[in-house]
Design a protein around this ligand. Structure first.
Ligand SMILES: Nc1ncnc2c1ncn2[C@@H]1O[C@H](COP(=O)(O)OP(=O)(O)OP(=O)(O)O)[C@@H](O)[C@H]1O
Length: 452
């Protein structure tokens, strides 16, 4: 709850009664109260945006219904509680339909009932504010440049694509090795796009047992199968008006691929065990670390679904191709970790920086984060040393060779790593590797390599 006073206007031509209500409500020091004895005076103060108006139904200068309408026109967020001398159900229902919050009959319990009703209004107001604030926070939280750290040319290309994706509802397919930030990109596109106020639902296709995935995605009716004791909505229905992120889409069973294709074409789903169809309006973002085109060739993925899902493809480069982003990210994770754990500033020694730049990071950003967080813990002083960085023994240089790439790919990677290590100094790298500088420049020009 915030500290701004909760404003209540009491509108009643009966001076004695309005004083009684004022006295009762003033027991809560958070309330700022004002009394009015005519509709005209009250309406002319509506610019003060009260949270609540208690409205005597029978005023001499205007009918209660008329005052209610005027208040709602000026301030739709102000809640109006009608206080009436008589119990008249038809009038009460009519006023509630027109937007009154409650209808209270004047008797000895009125101050108590009013007290409770205002408490309820307050709860609603603070919940609404909290939701609004959370939505804003989420929006800021997923502002690309704030959450997706990096300045390298390859990551800037990703930002450009994300920007295009966020402006429309186009299907997006994200590819990249594990830990490159695919899920982060999917969320950022959703929270920067027109659907940000609606749900973002992530489903990891690989994590759900094959026999449950259909009901998980499309829901089921009561009794559809043993154990289906009640109707359950699927993720597509949950994501209605928002975005569904289908992670590891390459793992989707071939029989379900046909059903997914139908959903995408028809924009409607049918729950397992149900006969009716339910329209759904969902934006689709998929991700995979597999090469889906290869999976199509192998017959594991339907070609028609592949083209339907391809949409705007965004490829996340592996961390080893992002040059000095490795250090930018390392610093970001170190600072965050130190802050969260109440530690002072930690920096990386020159040797530690060099060690980070010359590693291949098969686990990408996820691995880097775990590595530097552990290094903060292990470091005996404020400067993180080379020996505080413990690479996963399974992913050493031998692993680099085990990747079985073409000679050209290896060459490119080696030169890029040297460029990263030697501050993108082409002449120095050409000298170290004993190759012509023009070879490097040519590769930079053809975008095989990049420099700052
Ligand atoms: N550019 C980045 N800036 C900051 N954090 C990042 C960045 N990229 C990834 N991360 C962080 O790295 C971790 C892994 O990212 P994420 O889960 O999005 O990867 P992924 O590609 O979806 O992985 P997987 O394929 O294994 O599911 C997360 O903690 C994420 O917040």
């Amino acid at each position: 709850m915030n500290n701004t006073p909760f404003k209540i206007f009491i509108l009643d031509d009966d001076v004695w009664y309005s004083e009684l209500l004022e006295y009762h409500l003033s027991l809560n020091p958070d309330y700022e109260l004002k009394k009015f004895h005519s509709a005209k005076d009250c309406l002319s103060s509506m610019y003060e945006r009260p949270n609540v108006v208690t409205l005597d139904y029978s005023l001499p200068d205007k009918s209660g219904a008329e005052v209610l309408q005027k208040i709602k026109e000026q301030n739709p967020d102000t809640q109006v509680i009608i206080i009436s001398g008589q119990e008249d159900v038809a009038t009460a229902v009519d006023l509630l339909k027109k937007g009154a919050y409650d209808y209270i009959v004047k008797d000895e319990d009125t101050p108590e009932r009013l007290w409770n009703t205002i408490n309820k209004v307050r709860e609603n107001v603070s919940l609404r504010e909290e939701i609004k604030q959370l939505k804003e926070e989420i929006g800021q939280k997923y502002d690309f440049s704030k959450v997706i750290i990096g300045n390298s040319e390859p990551i800037r290309r990703v930002f450009t694509m994300m920007d295009k994706a966020a402006k429309t509802n186009i299907t997006v397919s994200i590819t990249g090795e594990t830990g490159t930030g695919k899920e982060l990109v999917a969320k950022a596109i959703h929270y920067n796009g027109p659907r940000k106020k609606h749900p973002y639902i992530a489903v990891n296709v690989a994590a759900i047992p094959k026999e449950l995935i259909e009901s998980e995605l499309f829901g089921h009716e009561k009794g559809a199968f043993t154990g289906a004791v009640a109707r359950r909505l699927g993720k597509f229905e949950e994501a209605n008006k928002g975005t569904i992120f289908l992670d590891e889409i390459g793992e989707l069973d071939i029989t379900l691929q046909a059903k997914l294709l139908r959903v995408l074409q028809e924009k409607e789903i049918s729950r397992v065990g149900g006969n009716s169809v339910v329209p759904v309006d969902v934006r689709i973002i998929v991700a995979t670390h597999k090469n889906l085109a290869d999976e199509v060739k192998k017959g594991n993925f339907r070609e028609d679904l592949y083209y339907r899902l391809l949409g705007l493809p965004i490829n996340l480069p592996p961390l080893r191709d992002r040059g000095s982003d490795i250090l930018v990210l390392a610093k970001h994770f170190i600072d965050n970790f130190a802050k969260e754990n109440g530690l002072g500033r930690r920096t990386l020694s020159a040797g530690a920086q060099e060690k980070l730049l010359s590693y291949s990071f098969p686990g990408n950003v996820r691995e880097l984060r775990a590595l530097v967080e552990l290094a903060v813990v292990l470091a005996d002083e404020d400067v993180i040393q080379e020996y505080d960085l413990n690479f996963n023994a399974n992913h050493t240089e031998k692993d680099f060779l085990a990747q079985e790439r073409s000679l050209k790919e290896y060459t490119t990677e080696i030169i890029q790593r040297f460029l990263n290590k030697y501050d993108h100094n082409v002449l120095l790298v050409a000298d170290k590797l004993d190759i012509g500088k023009s070879t490097i420049y040519r590769m930079i020009q053809s975008k095989e390599l990049y420099i700052k």
